[in-house]
Design a protein. Sequence first.
Length: 262
Amino acid sequence: MRLIIHPDYERASRWAANYIAGRINSCRDAKPFVLGLPTGSSPLGIYREFVKMHKEGKLSFKNVRTFNMDEYIGLPASHPQSYHYFMMENLFNHIDIERQHIHILDGMAKEPEKECKLYEEAISAEGGIELFLGGMGSDGHIAFNEPGSSLASRTRIKTLTEETKAANARFFDGESSKVPVTALTVGVGTVMDAREVVIIVNGRSKARALRAVVEEGVNHMWTLSCLQMHPKAIIVCDEDATEELKVGTVKYFKDIEKNAVS
């Protein structure tokens, strides 16, 4: 695992966006690049950089296939708080990706379990995820794989905890009661199957979780700790997120990045 520390969120986002853009551009004339994507506030800086690079002619998504991590059950794609809507507003409407190459779980599917099975099959049909971009919850979760989730889990229906609903209430007029109680989400195992995983982490509210993920053992109560077992995982963070890491841990990762080969 690489831990790349930047002074602030903007520079961390810029580094992550440039890194992923480089990976996409390296496959421009080869097979399609399959990219996993998250929602929430964490990736917004990266999405802004993607849009900027696209407008400057430095990045094209013509050869990209995307698979999003999750979607609320019961929200249509047109709902302002659906993840379909989020992705269109913050990324897809501003780049040149083909609409048929965008994959997002259908929260209105009549057979949610079948929808999850078909999603896993669609990922396999594309040859698997090349790179999964993600964020991390303040309790160390990835996608909607909250504490206690199986580290071998696949795309499935997930009941959301009160903590997650409270965290997402800011998108629903500040009322957690308006947040859907269930969602469709890729599993930890789905993320771990990606050939590379890049996670963006920012802010003091994530510091305790980052310490658990980086310095403690693999634990299903901190689902992102699974990255310790991944052959090619990168966590990109700002200084605020490192506040609970040991001084020696921070120094170690900063030292090795001085001469790191991407």
